[in-house]
Ligand binder design. Structure first.
Ligand code: NAP
Length: 250
């Protein structure tokens, strides 16, 4: 049995992870930790891996503490930048066990990660591409980090294929043409009843391809979380890895 500690266990994501671990035949909960509870009780003697879904201001500190205590970590909390990632690499280089691992995924939904990948594959074949992301109205950032990543991947694929700017005769957009990221228009809809949805529209003269990913609820992230837990425990991913595509053989 894989012994899993959940950090942020009372939160929306953390409580879903607790349920997913309880439902998995090959996993057992070692600790459930929430705000102001001590991570010191978690070590490599009682825990194989920790899953961390807290808040951006706490996540780095939690990860560094756990790595220092010999525990591998799967992280879903957002807000990572290069300087934080560098601190994790440094901690791993000095970790007490050989081959220790940290995995960070900005998005654990397999459908979203695949949509991103397929959009980048398709982008070179189309004259026009636009990204539409649609979320519940409580989301604090717009456009979503996933949509930004999708736009950047599309732009990179277009550059590699030698494609120029997309056709757009708009003279004055009045703010309705979305945010332009690397030359790709990204539109954000906020609507009660939605959860997390992304559409990539790719157009040529006379044809359109639509790639769409829908996360209907937090269950959509759990397959990715458990995939990461099993992959890290297998020992195949030492050091720091970022992005669920690490495990998807794409
Ligand atoms: P949430 O419901 O606010 O849960 C966060 C939990 O972490 C709360 O129970 C909070 O406790 C606890 N917490 C705060 N600081 C802590 C600390 N130092 N140690 C232990 N626990 C602490 O938020 P959520 O919706 O679950 O989201 C959590 C994170 O995951 C966010 O960054 C979100 O953007 C991200 N997320 C990622 C994905 C993905 O696919 N990667 C998907 C969805 C969400 P208190 O409330 O008492 O402070």
């Amino acid at each position: 049995m894989i012994r899993v500690a959940v950090i942020g266990a009372k939160g929306r994501m953390g409580s879903s992870v607790v349920q997913a671990v309880n439902a998995a035949d090959d996993m057992t909960l070692s600790h459930t930790i929430d705000h102001e509870q001590d991570l010191a009780q978690i070590d490599s003697g009682n825990t194989d891996i920790a899953v961390e879904f807290t808040v951006p201001t706490s996540s780095l500190g939690n990860v560094l503490t756990l790595v220092g205590q010999g525990v591998d970590v799967v992280v879903g909390t957002t807000g990572w930048d290069e300087s934080k990632l560098e601190q994790v690499r440094h901690a791993l280089a000095e970790a007490p066990r050989d081959g220790q691992a940290v995995f960070i995924a900005p998005n654990f939904a397999i459908s979203a990660v695949l949509a991103d990948h397929f959009a980048a594959q398709a982008a070179r074949y189309f004259e026009s591409v636009e990204v539409l992301e649609m979320h519940h109205p409580d989301k604090v950032d717009a456009p979503s980090g996933t949509a930004v990543h999708t736009a950047q991947a599309i732009a990179a694929a277009r550059r590699e294929a030698g494609l120029g700017p997309m056709p757009d005769g708009t003279l004055s957009d009045g703010g309705s043409r979305g945010q332009v990221i690397d030359g790709v228009h990204v539109h954000a809809v906020r609507l009660r009843g939605l959860n997390a949805h992304e559409e990539i529209l790719l157009g040529n003269a006379g044809e359109q391809l639509v790639i769409r990913a829908d996360s209907f609820d937090r269950g959509s992230f759990m397959q990715g979380v458990l995939l990461a837990v099993r992959a890290l425990v297998s020992g195949g991913y030492p050091g720091l890895n970022v992005g669920l595509d690490t495990f998807l053989s794409l």
